[in-house]
Write a protein that binds this ligand. Structure first.
Ligand code: NAD
Length: 479
């Protein structure tokens, strides 16, 4: 569905994120016919460039990062270039702001994407205000990291709140833009089948895994100050956990959904240090290890973490949540698995083994949802049981239409333009997540806890496997 013409400014429009994600996403929505005539996209950054140079710069990025855009009509890149312009601007000074303000169309939705480091958020908010670009139709989009602890997140929230209302602030967590993540809500709250079973009576445990194969690469400086807990658990994994654990909201509206997510974060219990495993990847042939990737050869920052959490409320008392994330692991996989309890009594042969229903929500690769169910093994071999997945992968269920499913950035940017905040984090959610994270991190920093080493291409340190083994459970294979 096309949206009314809008003005979108990408601060940091020459940066890595803009080139790899934001501009390709905008292009794909343009190609899909979602941008009405008159929409304007304005890059704004420090580099000196004119419009023609920026258009060429964006076309190059599209060719490099857009993958297959053969579905677009010929000439789409040229037409897209026509809606682009550029302003050389300094977030910390006056340069460029008057020019930017002159480009705004009155009476339109204006979105400002802050694709710059968080230290510039306050400057941008202030100058938008000073230059008359902060009216009630203005929306601002901010990227992670949103702080590195509760105090810095509060300071950022305040710097934005000084000039914008919470209803104008869109804090991106691109995990929430994934089709499957939204489908998880449809599955939970659109079906009668799951809700009665969605509690500690029937759910044995929940596993959330976000595994990457890459190392910290060129982001060593930033990463070493963050680590897996701050970079991934506090935001992405926490958001996934919220969607799994939250109570049904009264309606699918931004604050109703976010109120319920906030309650989950506030119900998270303290984590026993014995239930946390931290790791650093070792070097592998020609690939440097974590300690070679970062400046400090004695760094104690983790590139892997696994931990066991509890949501202490009526629904989840007694059902643990195991979460893990790390770099240089065996495969690039993100999934949530809801592992149901075994049937209370086995009426079949003793050797029929252990069978459990597992609902798996795969975020990547092959976004989709499947449910393992137990059936009789076909054939004459007697009553032997076997688990088979009921596959709800969209590409199969939806056929060729599934190819058109927008990626996370496409969906989220269009949600900003439409003014829908449901899939964006609210300030109090982010603060609550830091309030839970801070004491955990402070405890290991105080102890000077040394991360365990793990091999590239493994599932993390063996101790992470033991974290579940000692509870009589097992991580799903990282595939
Ligand atoms: P980058 O260093 O590649 O780009 C930074 C951009 O900001 C450039 O366009 C630069 O010109 C502009 N800029 C810097 N100082 C400025 C100033 N004073 N005035 C105006 N413009 C200025 O950074 P990036 O990788 O694109 O990341 C941008 C933000 O997004 C960061 O906060 C980063 O943490 C976050 N982020 C990046 C990624 C990623 O994959 N690159 C992923 C998630 C979040």
């Amino acid at each position: 569905i096309p949206v009314d013409p809008f003005d979108l400014v990408v601060f940091g429009g020459t940066g890595d994120l803009a080139r790899r994600k934001i501009l390709p996403a905008l292009f794909r929505r343009f190609c899909a016919g979602q941008m009405e005539e008159g929409t304007r996209i304005i890059g704004a950054a420090r580099s000196d460039m004119d419009d023609a140079e920026y258009r060429a710069f964006v076309a190059e990025a599209l060719i490099e990062f857009n993958g297959d855009h053969s579905g677009c009509e010929p000439g789409t890149i040229t037409r897209f270039q026509q809606i682009l312009s550029y302003v050389t601007l300094d977030a910390r000074g006056d340069k460029g702001w008057g020019e930017l303000a002159a480009k705004m169309h009155p009476g339109r939705v204006r979105a400002f994407y802050f694709s710059v480091g968080p230290s510039l958020f306050g400057d941008l908010a202030l100058r938008l205000h000073q230059h008359g670009m902060a009216d009630h139709d203005t929306r601002i989009v901010v990227e992670k990291p949103f702080g590195r602890d509760l105090a810095s997140a509060r300071a950022l929230n305040k710097a934005l709140a000084d000039h914008f209302d919470e209803s104008q602030i869109y804090r991106i967590d691109h995990y929430l833009g994934k089709e499957t993540v939204q489908n998880l809500m449809a599955l939970r709250f659109g079906n009668m089948l799951f809700e009665p079973l969605w509690n500690s009576h029937y759910v044995d445990h929940i596993q959330i895994t976000v595994a990457e194969t890459v190392g910290v690469g060129g982001r060593g400086d930033y990463y070493d100050r963050a680590g897996a807990m701050r970079d991934m658990v506090q935001n992405h994994l926490m958001q996934l956990l919220c969607l799994i654990a939250m109570e049904p909201p009264a309606k699918f509206d931004p604050d109703a959904v976010r109120d319920e997510k906030l309650k989950v974060i506030r119900a998270l219990g303290e984590v026993d240090p014995a239930q946390i495993v931290r790791g650093q990847y070792l070097e592998d042939e020609d690939k440097p290890g974590y300690l070679e990737h970062v400046e400090n050869p004695k760094s104690l920052t983790e590139s892997f973490i696994a931990l066991k959490l509890h949501v202490i409320n009526w629904r989840w008392a007694g059902t643990p949540f195991y979460v893990r994330t790390g770099k240089r692991l065996k495969a690039r996989t993100s999934e949530i698995a809801v592992v149901f309890k075994e049937a209370p009594h086995n009426i079949f042969d003793q050797d029929s083994g252990r069978h459990r229903n597992i609902l798996t929500i795969r975020l990547q690769p092959n976004e989709g949802i499947d449910l393992d169910v137990t059936i009789k093994e076909p054939g004459p071999g007697g009553m032997r049981l076997v688990d088979v997945p009921l596959d709800m992968t969209f590409t199969e269920a939806l056929g060729p239409d599934a190819e058109d499913v927008p990626d996370a950035y496409e969906r989220l940017i269009m949600d900003v333009v439409r003014g829908n905040q449901t899939l964006f984090m609210r300030g109090d959610e982010v603060e609550a997540a830091w309030a839970w994270t801070d004491p955990i991190v402070a405890a290991w920093e105080e102890r000077e806890d040394k991360p365990l080493s793990y091999e590239t291409g493994s599932s993390g340190p063996d101790e992470a496997l033991a974290l579940m083994h000692k509870d009589g459970r097992k991580w799903r294979d990282i595939r």
